[in-house]
Structure formats: structure tokens, C-alpha cells
Design a protein around this ligand. Structure first.
Ligand code: ADP
Length: 395
């Protein structure tokens, strides 16, 4: 029988990432890549498994163009014969979705209702589903939710102190980056079994950034909330903010809801504070006072959130870094760990510089675990396909 493959799509407001896997036990990765800067000067990067990425300009003045380029690459990639399933990262699963789902019409309709709750991601996630359905009409389309890993928190970790009717209507803390946390917490059972079931904080620090408190391998709290705006400062998002500021901006600051949304999602965080860039590499290299202050704020908020989550867990056995910044920046990791000895967090400076998996020398383990959200999604699609095949071939 000809081999079958899986395509994984992760669409955001300015980029679409993709990965290709064999649909077979072991889920060998074939290639991965992304289209960046959709709209102007788009480029496509592709890396075959174990190889360096190559990058070239691509015509993608909108998401349909970017997706078209990816679908063409996916179909033409050596070793790709038949796409059996497509896994989609869906940012917001709302109160309904706590496990991966086949994306049929009623499910897609329900997910569209959460678009306003994740405006940088959800509409683009759903556009990618539409495009993939047309390109691969026979493939199973499966949604994997960034909120799912956080379902099952205690009421106090999910509630806002608003009248109860709001919670019942879905206004609660959902938490995001769940696919990454699912991967990292499972990986801990292999690489650090002594702490995997203990009290762990995972810091996913990328353009979007959050932390998750995990105990016994299960999410107990997230720094993100109803939307992916809360918690840490991010590349362009504000993170924690006094709601009174928002009332002020609406009532006296001359902003309407659309302008406020643009401010909080796209013009705040590192780019807002520095006035220079949302990209941590650029800020680290820049060294101007405003860039330094933006990095100071990022590290300060991260320390505050570690303290808060550690209090919630009743102590800390391990702190784990992942995401573009968490995996790659010794300087930011060091800044975050500064002054955290009271929690047993002490970095081995050389191991940190060398990006070793174990970078702590205190009572609390400090680890770097490169995340792999795409593999979590590939597993989900593989399992769904296996279940669908078993149902259609009863013994
Ligand atoms: P996304 O949330 O879009 O998946 P990533 O996880 O790829 O983002 O992280 C992107 C961030 O990681 C950017 O701020 C980038 O500057 C930062 N980053 C990547 N490599 C490094 C590095 N070597 N040093 C510091 N920051 C880095």
C-alpha cells in the first residue's frame, strides 16, 4: 500500500506554519516550514527533516496566497503521496472542546463564534481549514485546541470575580499554548521523571508568551485567561493590565473598541514599550534604554508570574523553558531567574549559555525542553484516522 502522510497547519495573523509527517507508528517528520510576513515581502521557509531551512520570497499578499503556496509545497514534497489527514491548530475551543475534534460543519460554525475571543488567530485558523478542505477533500480535518490542556482547572483558577452569570456564559479563564504544554509535560516523564509528576512551571516564551502551572502532569493554572492577552508581556500584546486603564481609554482616551483591540493585540508589549521591535533578538542586540526597559519589564513580569504560580502549586520542583525566546536566549533566561533563589532556582551560567537541557544547580530543576506542538497535533490526527478506520472495518 502507498504510504500516507499528515499535514499540520498552524495559521496566525501574519504567518502560517506547517509540518508534514508520515501517518505511521513513530510519526516520522518529513519536513516543516512557514510562510512569514503575509501581506508584504512574504517568504517561505522549508526544512526537510534534519536539514537546515532554506528561505525564498513567495507571492502571498493574503492568507489564501500563503496557504496556496504551502499546499503546493506539501503536495510536491518528496515522499508525500497522499495526505490522509490535516491537523489544524485551533486557538480557542471555548467551553465546548476539550479534546481534538473532526471539523464538520456544526463544529466549524461553533468555533467561528469564538473568533472575537482570539482575533489574531481564530479567523486565520478557520480560513486554513477552508483552504485545506478544498485542497484535500478526502482528508480527515481535525481541530486541536490550544485551550484543551487547561480544561479541568479548579473553579478558582478559571473564574473572574464577576457576577456568576458571566462565568456560565463562557467568560472565564481558558489558558492557551496547551499543545505546547501537553508536549513538554509528556516529554518530562522521559527526561526528568523525578519531577514530571511534581510541581512544575512551564514557560512558553515566544511571540506569544505564557506560563502554565502543572502538577501530576495536569494543568492547574495558566497566566493567560479568557483571551491570549493576559499574563506576560508579549511581542505585541500587553499582558496583565488594570481593567481600569481600559475603561479610561474607552471613556476619555478617544479609543473605540476596534482601536483598543488594535492597541492591546498589536501595538503593546515589547514593541509598545521599546518603540523599536516586537522581536526579542532585535531588542537584545539594540541595547538602547527603551529596548533595555522593554526586556526588564518582560523579565520582571515573568518573575512575578513564577512567584504567583509557585504559590498556587505550594512550591516548585521544576521550571521549564520553551518557545523561541525560552529555548534560544540565555540572557532572557538568566534575567528571569535573577533573584529567584528563594524558590530554589539557581542557574548554572555555563550550562545556560551552552543551552544544555539541564541548566539549574539549585533545589528546583531548571530545564530547556524544545517544544513540538506539531507532533502533538500529528498524534491526534493519526489516532483519529486509526479510530475512523477501525470503525469502518469492524472485525
Ligand atoms: P511564535 O509565538 O510566533 O511561535 P516563536 O516561538 O518562534 O514565536 O518565538 C519568536 C521569538 O523568539 C521572537 O521574539 C524571537 O526574537 C525570539 N528568538 C528566537 N531566537 C532567539 C535568540 N537566539 N535569542 C533571543 N530571542 C530569540
Amino acid at each position: 500500500m502507498t504510504s500516507q502522510q499528515l499535514l499540520i497547519l498552524n495559521a496566525g495573523s501574519s504567518s502560517i506554519k506547517f509540518a508534514l509527517f508520515e501517518n505511521a507508528a513513530g510519526l516520522a517528520e518529513i519536513a516543516r516550514g512557514q510562510v512569514e510576513r503575509i501581506g508584504a515581502d512574504a517568504t517561505i521557509q522549508v526544512a526537510e527533516a534534519g536539514m537546515r531551512a532554506s528561505s525564498r520570497p513567495v507571492f502571498a499578499d493574503d492568507h489564501a496566497g500563503a496557504l496556496h503556496a504551502i499546499l503546493e509545497i506539501a503536495s510536491g514534497q518528496p515522499g508525500v503521496h497522499s495526505i490522509a489527514g490535516v491537523g489544524h491548530r485551533i486557538t480557542h475551543g471555548g467551553p465546548d472542546f476539550s479534546t481534538p475534534r473532526v471539523l464538520d460543519a456544526p463544529t466549524l460554525q461553533r468555533l467561528a463564534e469564538f473568533s472575537a475571543w482570539a482575533p489574531l488567530h481564530q479567523p486565520y485558523n478557520l480560513l486554513a481549514v477552508e483552504g485545506a478542505r478544498v485542497a484535500f477533500p478526502d482528508a480527515l480535518q481535525v481541530g486541536c485546541f490550544d485551550t484543551a490542556f487547561h480544561r479541568g482547572h479548579e473553579f478558582v483558577a478559571d473564574a473572574y470575580a464577576l457576577p456568576r452569570s458571566y462565568f456560565d456564559a463562557g467568560v472565564r479563564r481558558y489558558g492557551f499554548h496547551g499543545l505546547s504544554y501537553q508536549y513538554v509535560s509528556a516529554k518530562l516523564t522521559e527526561i526528568a521523571p523525578d519531577v514530571a509528576l511534581g510541581r512544575v512551571i512551564i514557560a512558553h516564551l515566544g511571540n506569544g508568551a505564557s506560563m502554565c502551572a502543572v502538577k501530576n502532569g495536569r494543568s492547574r493554572a495558566s497566566t493567560m485567561g479568557f483571551t491570549a492577552l493576559d499574563g506576560l508581556a508579549m511581542g505585541t500584546r500587553c499582558g496583565q493590565i488594570d481593567p481600569g486603564v481600559l475603561l479610561h481609554l474607552l471613556s476619555e482616551g478617544g479609543l473605540d473598541v476596534e482601536a483598543l483591540s488594535e492597541l492591546l493585540y498589536r501595538r503593546s508589549g515589547l514593541v509598545g514599550l521599546s518603540g523599536i521591535s516586537s522581536d526579542m533578538r532585535v531588542l537584545l542586540a539594540d541595547g538602547s534604554p527603551s529596548s533595555r526597559q522593554a526586556i526588564d519589564y518582560f523579565a520582571y513580569r515573568a518573575r512575578c508570574e513564577i512567584g504567583s504560580l509557585a504559590a498556587m502549586l505550594g512550591g516548585l520542583d521544576a521550571l521549564v523553558f520553551c518557545g523561541g525566546i525560552g529555548e534560544n536566549s540565555p540572557e532572557v533566561r538568566a534575567r528571569i531567574c535573577e533573584g529567584m533563589e528563594f524558590l530554589g532556582i539557581r542557574l548554572d551560567a555555563r550550562a545556560n549559555e551552552a543551552k544544555m537541557p539541564n541548566i539549574g544547580v539549585g533545589d528546583c530543576r531548571v530545564l530547556i525542553v524544545p517544544t513540538n506542538e506539531e507532533l502533538v497535533m500529528a498524534r491526534a490526527v493519526h489516532d483519529r484516522l486509526a479510530a475512523a478506520n477501525n470503525n469502518s472495518n469492524p472485525l
